[in-house]
Design a binder for this molecule. Sequence first.
Ligand code: GLU
Length: 486
Amino acid sequence: MRTRFPPSPTGLLHVGALRTALFAWLVARKTKGTFILRIEDTDQAREMAGATENIIRTLVAVGLKPDEGVHLDQNGEICERGPFGPYHQSDRLDLYRQYADQLLAGGQAYPCFCTAERLDLMRKDQEKRRQAPMYDRTCCNLSPEEVKNRIEAGEKHVIRLKVPREEIIVYDDLIYGSLTFKGHTVDDQVLLKSDGFPTYHLAHVVDDHLMKVDLVNRGEEWLSSLPKHLILFKFLGWTPPQYAHMPLILNPDRTKLSKRKNSVAVTDYLAKGYLPEALLNFLALLGWNPGTEQELFSLNELIEAFSLERVQKAGAVFDLQKLDWLQGQWMRKIPPQEFVSRIKPLVVEKFPAAGTDPKFLERASLIQERITFFPEAPDMLSYFYEIPNVSLDLIANPKQKIAREDVPKILAMIHEALSGVSDADWSQTAITTALESLIASSGMKKGQILWPLRAALTGREYSPGAYEVATLLGKEETIRRLAAVA
Ligand code: GLU
């Protein structure tokens, strides 16, 4: 299938748009088809400098590289490839004009000279009467001579679609199912603006037809405009593509996902350290489910499992906790060597000694099970490179049944037990044996020994286990830290 992603370059790539792009990309991959990137830059007032580059870079960064259409060359310049260009709508104005003229000639569209002021009054009046806002067709009834004269006099005008009022439009949306629209409820949509630029409605119909697009999956906000698009396809004598309207993405309070409540730019998530794998996995599950218990999906697994039939209509909640959970899962899946090479520069920047640390790999591997974002690594490994601040309040822990007054005694016992392990024997097994026999002989609980040891070595409530930390800290430093607190 030929699928497409046609963003308007009015801002940074939005997470909702990335989900739409992902679904289009998945269908293209699954069907061994083509994923097209088209830039819908017909609203030049809202255009943002750098938006197209951001969109392309972000798609490439997460692994959804377009096969056809707009891309960046080696120098980072925007360029195009593919047999159905141009792929920027602003370079296709003649085409839209040509089809608008064809509709005019067929009596399927008409010029409208109404001013913004008049349309505004009309709308207010409709509001007062509690009528749906809709163009009142004043200009549809002008005589051909009047139209001719006004155009020749250079009067500003737009071109509107002449919706057949009696028409019943029936369509089977791939997600919303069977839909019926009545012609008299459909507005005579502006197709071409007075500046010669098309609206989305005309432009995407022309482009999707000429670019031989098979599937249009787009935000559900376009659902109500679908009848206009179907009428256009009919008037132009073309078969429409398959439409699939994507469910809304909601904040946890079920309002529409908005900038005010959540970050919406994909770049923000990548900059925070979310892995593309986690982000795409998360977005795939926004509205789609595999019908099984599986939650972790690589892109390849998604290609295998994805189908539009399993996309729901109901809005999907953007649950950041779920995203963080997936992020953690994907962090664990990184091969250890790669994990270490990703965090090393960050740790070295904060602790230069880490740069020549022969134990770096082992120390770094300890945190892979717990970390959520790469930038947390320096802090999570800090106690290997600086003496931690250890408070007695941390060591005394009611949950572990450790009373404050017992702390010196417990630390002294640990100190003694570990001093008995020789330098040459210092290993996780030897440390474990020594401490287990201490636990047995003292009659204390495991936590009453392991918690104080871990707290004394790391100064933290959460860290890898006491045995691992002591092993990788080395005997001398472990003994020194125990003595320092006691
Ligand atoms: N430019 C439109 C948008 O960004 C595209 C919608 C579509 O996929 O057709 O919403």
